[in-house]
Design a protein around this ligand. Structure first.
Ligand SMILES: C[S@@+](CC[C@H](N)C(=O)[O-])C[C@H]1O[C@@H](n2cnc3c(N)ncnc32)[C@H](O)[C@@H]1O
Length: 282
């Protein structure tokens, strides 16, 4: 287990426990840090129609930076995999869309998150859902077994993004889609930020540069790659978070302003080659 895995597990395990232990109280919309009212990254990602149909703890534990279920036109009967499923919000939304003939896997390495997600599954009465323990760098599913890979603010946490993208490609069926929400950086960010473990586990220090994301997806074999930043943060959005991490915000302001964004990332695994003539069947 790497240092990054350990730090991420510790942080997100504590968040899951906090949500679970406060579940008997009316928790409103404020969850534990980093989610909660006014959090510039995690707030206002889902419509009321989506959240009202979910268990409150799945919504409170939402720690994403977008809504990957809105990126992919999920169809009844499909198999979906959510990388780093957390409290299960995107798994449960996807489960409604793929219906009883479909299946949604949530994969997470943090036991406390898996326990929370399974409680939420039970409360939602979702029978077409399975939460798996494991890492996104080594996905515990067979080759070509998934139609759509989704993920919400998790790939930035990995210290081996090439492995994650290779694994996502492997488990997708030919023609399958990758529809992910993630934090990206635009241009260089200061080394003081890159070196902070606290900012790594808070989804910022490990974020890929947007053009690097495109290159890595291509190297993994994906086609039709698109990285679309949709919410660009100002330094004031991140001021409190950066200050808590010991960063002198005013000193780095010019290098951070407008450089951190939430993005939609889309790609496709090429369709299987059809037999088209004497050469390609040989
Ligand atoms: C920022 S939270 C996002 C959770 C969820 N996707 C959401 O939108 O609410 C990150 C989640 O990914 C999990 N995670 C982070 N790195 C992981 C890895 N390498 N393998 C598996 N799970 C991971 C954490 O345990 C945590 O539950």
């Amino acid at each position: 287990m790497s240092d990054v895995h350990e730090a991420v597990r510790e942080k997100y395990g504590a968040i899951a426990e906090a949500v679970r232990s406060s579940s008997s109280r009316a928790s409103g919309c404020c969850g534990p840090s980093p989610c909660g009212c006014g959090d510039p990254i995690t707030s206002n990602l889902y419509s009321d129609a989506e959240t009202s149909a979910l268990p409150a703890d799945a919504v409170v534990a939402s720690l994403g930076c977008g809504n990957p279920t809105a990126l992919a036109a999920l169809e009844p009967g499909q198999t979906v995999l959510d990388l780093g499923s957390g409290g299960g919000i995107d798994v449960l939304l996807s489960a409604q869309r793929v219906g009883p003939a479909g299946k949604v896997y949530g994969l997470d390495m943090t036991d406390e998150m898996l326990a929370l997600a399974r409680e939420n599954q039970h409360k939602a009465g979702a029978t077409n859902v399975e939460f798996l323990q494991g890492t996104i760098e080594r996905i515990p599913l067979p080759d070509g077994s998934v139609d759509v890979v989704i993920s919400n603010c998790v790939i930035n946490l990995s210290s081996d993004k090439d492995a994650v993208l290779r694994e996502a490609f492997r488990v997708l069926r030919p023609g399958g889609r990758f529809a992910v929400s993630d934090v990206v950086v635009r241009g260089e960010v200061p080394q003081t930020i890159r070196r902070s473990m606290e900012l790594w586990v808070g989804c910022i220090a490990g974020a890929l540069e947007e053009s690097e994301y495109v290159v890595k997806l291509g190297a993994a074999g994906f086609v039709e790659v698109d990285v679309e930043p949709w919410r660009v943060y100002s330094v004031n959005d991140a001021r409190e978070f950066l200050t808590k991490s010991g960063i002198d915000v005013d000193a780095v302001a010019a290098q951070v302003e407008g450089r951190i964004a939430s993005a939609f990332i889309r790609a496709r695994k090429p369709a299987a080659k059809s037999c088209c003539g004497p050469d390609c069947c040989a």
